[in-house]
Design a protein around this ligand. Structure first.
Ligand code: GUN
Ligand code: ZN
Length: 458
């Protein structure tokens, strides 16, 4: 069993990586569309042609339906789905959370996922709802960790996804992650967040993910289970989540909802399609409204997939060009609840300090939320802890960056500048990262107007 997670580029805590299991590759951050094996709204092969390298399906559902089970055992899950890319499977935990019970054991479902050739298979973890009583959350973590151990000890097992649970208790999330981190896994999902996402509790999503990430090993991808929300993805990638899955493209399509940069819109309120995917260039909203339900659902599902793919590609490019935090801020501005998540991330920026790259081309800052971004926090902390004493220097206030070149009568090392965004800047650091790369609203007046853009071009 060969599992590799090769990081190519990083920004904030996000990673651009190649995840490889048994020769099948996934470029991450990745979104895995959820395939209902009983009713794939869009055939997996076609999803592959849209640019998705992988999908996720449900081993529990496959095992429960005789015809699916037989075919999956004979031809493998890739054969069943007629899809040659990366196939992750889930275990029935979600059904467990929804219906309170499943008729399969952890051992059985883990073995079954190996038998059908899943590229990554999930343990039967116990998703505890948010705000559950403490003792229940503790018990569920205990069971989840036991099941992870059991799965890891089986001879017949797929590359494993060991899910972090712990409800909304940050210490339990951390403890669960610490204990799972000792076991061999291909992926460490963060589970039990679907109710938080459904209720738009983005700040709680941030707390829960940061707590789990604090104890998970950096050399494996982290999956945010059940998250395919375009508003949440950039924020989650900032925290170091690598994999996502989404059933929303199909669920929304069935109820005539359209994912867009403006949020989720109802087909009936659309006067034009704000998208240039093949569906939206060939049709207009009026045509879709007149189609029969089945045809309309298929087309809306295809558009929704294109939109999700656009979000993922944008996130990947933002990591490559070093503007992931900026992207998350602008995307989260689309909804006050998402903005609450961004505010929480900014308040907790210290926890991201250890992940951020050493330099970037430019750092844009707009307001108090940007002030908390980890790059600026890291600067302030390093100045405090490493730079040494600044006594004896002349403290200069009220100048614009770059500071030192504006004061000609003293040497840079005789000066320290007070800056609204950075705190204190010793004169000789005035031309270095992040002081020189910082672009703030006041800079836009006068001669510095284009500094940020030039910085971007390296
Ligand atoms: N899908 C959505 N949430 C979860 C979760 O917590 N665990 C598993 N296994 N699957 C999920
Ligand atoms: Zn479209």
């Amino acid at each position: 069993m060969r599992v590799r997670f090769e990081v190519k580029d990083r920004d904030v805590a996000g990673r651009l990586a190649r995840f490889e299991v048994n020769g099948r590759r996934l470029e991450t951050p990745a979104l895995l569309p959820v395939i209902n094996p009983n009713d794939p709204v869009v055939p997996p092969k076609e999803i592959g042609r849209m640019g998705f390298d992988g999908v996720i399906t449900n081993a529990y559902i496959i095992r429960r339906h005789e015809h699916l089970r037989r075919e999956a055992l004979e031809r493998g899950v890739h054969g069943l789905l007629d899809f040659d890319g990366f196939v992750m499977t889930d275990s029935g935990s979600f059904q467990l959370a929804e219906y309170g019970d499943v008729d399969v054991t952890n051992r059985e479902i883990v073995r079954f996922q190996a038998r059908i050739g899943s590229d990554v298979g999930t343990i039967l973890d116990i998703p505890t709802p948010p705000d559950a009583p403490r003792d229940r959350a503790e018990r569920d973590v205990e069971t989840t960790v036991e099941r992870a151990r059991e799965a890891a000890s089986l001879d017949e097992r797929p590359p494993l996804a060991l899910t972090v649970q712990g409800s909304t208790y940050e210490d339990l999330r951390r403890e669960c992650a610490e204990r799972l981190a000792e076991l061999p896994a291909a992926v460490y999902p963060v589970g039990g967040v679907v109710p938080l996402l459904e209720e738009y509790r983005f700040a709680d999503v941030v707390r829960v993910v940061l707590a789990a990430k604090s104890a998970l090993p950096p050399h494996r991808p982290v999956h945010l289970f059940g998250c395919g929300h375009p508003l949440a993805i950039p924020l989650a990638v900032c925290m170091g989540c690598d994999l996502f899955d989404s059933a929303s493209y199909a669920i929304y399509a069935r109820t005539d909802r359209y994912l867009s940069v403006l949020g989720t819109l109802r087909l009936e309120e659309l006067r034009e399609f704000p998208c240039s995917c093949p569906v939206c260039t060939r049709h207009d909203p009026g045509e879709l409204r007149e189609m029969d339900r089945e045809e309309r659902t298929r087309l809306l599902a295809r558009h929704n997939l294109h939109e999700l793919h656009r979000v993922i590609r944008t996130v990947r490019q933002a990591i490559a060009s070093g503007e992931l935090w900026e992207l998350a801020e602008s995307v989260c501005r689309a909804h006050p609840a998402a903005w609450r998540g961004m505010e929480e991330l900014s308040r907790r920026g210290e926890e991201l300090e250890r992940w951020v790259p050493g330099t970037r081309r430019s750092v844009f800052a707009f307001d108090e939320v940007s002030k908390g971004r980890p790059e600026l926090r890291l600067y302030r902390r390093r100045l405090r802890e490493r730079f040494g004493p600044l006594e004896g220097r002349r403290l200069v206030k009220g100048l614009k960056r770059p500071f030192a070149e504006r004061v000609e009568w003293l040497e840079p090392w005789e000066l320290a500048f007070a800056d609204e965004w950075l705190g204190i800047v010793p004169g000789e650091l005035s031309w270095t990262y992040p002081c020189h790369s910082l672009v703030t609203p006041g800079d836009d007046e006068g001669e510095d107007r284009r500094r940020g853009e030039e910085g971007r071009r390296r």
